[in-house]
Design a protein around this ligand. Sequence first.
Ligand code: HEC
Ligand code: HEC
Ligand code: HEC
Ligand code: HEC
Ligand code: HEC
Length: 223
Amino acid sequence: MPQVFRPRANALAWTVLIIAAALLVVAVCLAAHYFSSPYYSGVDRTPPQPVPFSHKHHVGELGLDCRYCHTSVEDSSFAGVPESEVCMTCHSQLWTNARLLAPVRDSLKNDRPLRWQRVHDLPDYVHFDHSAHVNHGVPCQACHGRVDEMPLTTQKKTLFMQFCLDCHRNPAPHLRPPDAVFEIGWQPAGVPSEARQRYGERLMARYHTPTTERLTDCSLCHQ
Ligand code: HEC
Ligand code: HEC
Ligand code: HEC
Ligand code: HEC
Ligand code: HEC
């Protein structure tokens, strides 16, 4: 084969190629790191809060129901975050001087709501409604994970379109009877895992769950 470049040029071409290949590897690694990180997916994102509120303590250990604090979750698109008065029903008697709770007391005294940081936040062009889910057998846990084990509230699912569609294509294995929607860790008693799908399909009939076609229609979530 005839030599295309002079030896000097050849060495230079090889050096450029090797540097380019190395840069490509670095770029791919950075991209992989970014797309698997909380910055991109939101998963494991734990924003700092004005008061280190613990669901592990209040739900896991004290056994409080979600609706005690998220009062609008059954009636509106928003679950809502509790006002300081709700905390003070207990903390006017318990831990009354705790420094951790000073922002709650101040908020009440100055009539200024606490500024809780959002953990989950969909883009504005997506329509989402809590009541439509929790009144039709979709449990909090399917979208928020085991809050009863969280010392600080953490996002556990990506909330990407694919996440919504995975369930909308086959909601059956996630569905629960009405009284089990708010319970974390619930399993249908006496239903072996291979019968979970059929159990869920019976619930779909009871809830009149819309068809797959309807649940995957773009206009359902993008109006
Ligand atoms: C004693 C009151 C209380 C109870 C009971 C409670 N929560 Fe909360 N929850 C809060 C407060 C306060 C916040 C805001 C601070 C935070 O994000 O940790 C919050 C935040 C959340 C968030 C994150 C909201 C966001 O910004 O995206 C989720 C999800 C949540 N709660 C789910 C639940 C579920 C599910 C239950 C029942 C199993 C429950 N909570 C019970 C008080 C409560
Ligand atoms: C039904 C009663 C009740 C309500 C309502 C309640 N708490 Fe508590 N909270 C407790 C009890 C009981 C403890 C102490 C538990 C212990 O130390 O064993 C506690 C502890 C705490 C602590 C101390 C540290 C820790 O480990 O969690 C913080 C902070 C706190 N609560 C914040 C809040 C906030 C903020 C709200 C309102 C969103 C709230 N609580 C509502 C009962 C309640
Ligand atoms: C089908 C999925 C799904 C279910 C089921 C669900 N949530 Fe959510 N939740 C979300 C999404 C998505 C957001 C973010 C909404 C946004 O940004 O507009 C959210 C936000 C929240 C927030 C922040 C405040 C708000 O209302 O936007 C709280 C609190 C909350 N959820 C509590 C609950 C509780 C309690 C339950 C069960 C009773 C529950 N969620 C069931 C998906 C779900
Ligand atoms: C674990 C299962 C599950 C997940 C996850 C889920 N959904 Fe749903 N969704 C359902 C079911 C079941 C229904 C039908 C409820 C009924 O019976 O009407 C529904 C209904 C809806 C509706 C129609 C009700 C209405 O408000 O008009 C919208 C919109 C919707 N979901 C948006 C979303 C979005 C956006 C996400 C992702 C952030 C999501 N859903 C995640 C199960 C799920
Ligand atoms: C069950 C709810 C749901 C349905 C049905 C749905 N989407 Fe989405 N879509 C979402 C959510 C949630 C996001 C936000 C994703 C994110 O944050 O990355 C989204 C984002 C998008 C985006 C923005 C770009 C992207 O992918 O992040 C486009 C474009 C889009 N959807 C198109 C469609 C089309 C076309 C259809 C019908 C074939 C459709 N969607 C059906 C929930 C839905």
